[in-house]
Design a protein around this ligand. Structure first.
Ligand code: 7RM
Length: 511
């Protein structure tokens, strides 16, 4: 589905009749769609004739057709199609139906199905470390309670707020904080089909000005790209309606945090850096605006009821400021209930991974973090993103943050490469700000900058300058790919979530 109101309407319609939904992001290939349809045993598909993305038409119905033809036809019976682009598409008799035609004969009222609290609300697929996506199962009562409460606490909504989350409904952030959290609070939630693109770099600021958005929730990757294109663009718009800013999806480097606060928030809006996952359903660690002092780059404190601890492999609590595994000691309402069709994998990858002295099971989030003197949590990235150089643990994020704080660096991704002496050596992929040119001298200067920011142990052995980094459609850098490139190995495994596959070819040339 494109980012149109019908996407949200379709989700809520499923919820109303008690049919679990599984939203598949419109940018996925038909191959990925097929896998999800089959794994989820989907009976119906709701799609559109197409959608718009960056001045291009995405042929959604075509992807659905080929998913069905290549195997999903064994499970799927019916397809409902929304008219969006008006492009000609194939409609198969007795299988495909137009949404607007079906609506003509419907009552205005649909009796809601009474559900049990632990019944399924939805399954959402997310990538794990193995490459085979996991169907994360969320339930009616717990998920709704958690998204309702966290939305209320974190965004401190008032009845006249206009709230905008820029995520796609196809991701958990869209589920929890475009649809369920805001709507269960009776809030006004803004949904936007477009994205900033070369033909309209100010698209977001235009929307904020036009609709007087008061709460804006976006991702660090977006903020860094706004930074890259310069403050002249947002400066042209009236952003005075804003009163609260949020970020989610990856660690935010202090430089981007400060830019967000100064340039977008005019130093008047609190920033909520919200840490959570598809698996947690809703936010787990975040400041409450006005109540918790913030520190640029920290998601601050766990929310009420959430017990966070940083431990080592043996499940022992580490020292203050020492990096370790982020675990959650007690269950919470919004937690995922299982992996669809694989409860064993659910147990093993989340609850049976790290032992604990006082709890029978603790939830392991897959992230590394440290807790400082004030009890503030600093997310260091996925644990597979932690590099060990001569026995020193370094978050790739820590190094990336140092890199992007150099004036020439727009974006950076750091991976570890096997090293005989040090265990691992640091390789950094870097894209430059538009006024800088690649040279040996600049590379040396950037290396020294990292040394002065963190220390000599963090000095990248190699810096590869490249135009763009390989990202998933939700903006996460695919380090697995960079790791293979850095160590001169063949890139293998699932690359279906890569936003732009041509990036891979360019990177191979650069590295
Ligand atoms: C909401 C979402 C989850 C992973 C998680 C982290 C990273 C998310 C933050 C963050 C640092 C944050 N769900 N992550 N939020 N890291 N600070 N505020 O993104 O399932 O798609 O990803 O994202 O590594 O494990 S997700």
């Amino acid at each position: 589905m494109p980012m149109i109101p019908e996407a949200m309407i379709a989700m809520l319609a499923c919820a109303r009749i008690g049919a679990p939904h599984s939203v598949v992001f419109g940018g996925f290939s038909s191959e990925s769609l097929k896998d999800r349809l089959i794994d989820g045993n989907a009976k119906f598909i709701i799609t559109a004739d197409g959608g718009f993305r960056k001045d291009k038409v995405i042929e959604l119905k075509k992807a659905v057709d080929s998913a069905i033809d290549s195997g999903a036809g064994d499970v799927v019976n019916k397809v409902i199609v929304i008219k969006r682009t008006n492009k000609e598409i194939l409609m198969k008799v007795n299988r495909d139906y137009w949404w607007h035609e079906l609506l003509e004969n419907q009552d205005d009222w649909c009796e809601p199905e009474i559900m049990n609290s632990e019944d399924r609300l939805f399954v959402l697929y997310t990538s794990g470390s193995t490459g085979k996506p996991k169907g994360v199962v969320h339930t009616i009562a717990g998920y709704n309670l958690w998204t309702h409460l966290t939305f209320k606490w974190i965004f401190d909504v008032k009845s006249d707020d206009i709230y905008w989350c820029t995520a796609d409904v196809g991701w958990i952030t869209g589920h929890s904080y475009i649809v369920y959290g805001p709507l269960s609070n009776g809030s006004t939630t803004l949904m936007y089909e477009g994205v900033p693109r070369p033909s309209n770099l100010g698209a977001f600021w235009q929307i904020i000005q036009k609709y007087k958005v008061s709460i804006f929730y976006t991702a660090p990757t977006a903020i860094r790209s706004f930074m890259k294109s310069g403050r002249e663009i947002p400066d042209k718009y009236d952003l005075s309606s804003l009163r609260l800013l949020g970020t989610v999806g990856e660690p935010i480097n202090p430089e981007a945090w400060i830019w967000y606060r100064d340039v977008i928030g005019k130093n008047e809006c609190p920033i909520v850096d919200t840490w959570w996952q598809t698996e947690t359903g809703g936010v787990m660690i975040s400041p409450l605006p006005g109540a918790v002092d913030t520190k640029p780059g920290s998601a601050t404190l766990p929310l009420p009821g959430i017990e966070v601890e940083i431990v080592n492999k043996e499940g022992e609590r580490v020292e203050i400021n020492e990096g370790g595994y982020l675990i959650i000691r007690k269950p919470w309402p919004g937690m995922m209930r299982t992996i669809h069709g694989n409860s064993q994998r659910f147990l093993e990858s989340y609850w049976d991974f790290i032992p604990h002295k006082e709890e029978p099971f603790v939830y392991f989030a897959g992230d590394g973090a440290r807790i400082d003197n004030d009890g503030y949590v600093w997310i260091m990235g996925r644990v597979d993103d932690v590099i060990s150089v001569s026995g020193h643990r370094l978050g790739t994020m820590e190094i990336e943050s140092a890199l992007v704080s150099h004036e020439s660096v727009a974006e950076a991704a750091v991976v570890g490469k096997k090293d005989e002496l040090k265990g691992e050596a640091i390789v950094a992929f870097v894209s430059l700000e538009k006024n800088f040119k690649n040279s040996d001298q600049l590379v040396d200067e950037i290396k020294l900058h990292v040394v002065s920011e963190i220390g000599v142990i963090a000095k990248p052995e190699k810096i590869i300058i490249t135009d763009s980094l390989p990202k998933t459609r939700s903006g996460k850098i695919m380090r697995r790919i960079l790791r293979s490139l850095a160590s001169g190995e063949k890139v293998s495994g699932d690359i279906s979530t890569l936003e732009d596959s041509s990036v891979l070819e360019k990177l191979k040339e650069d590295s």
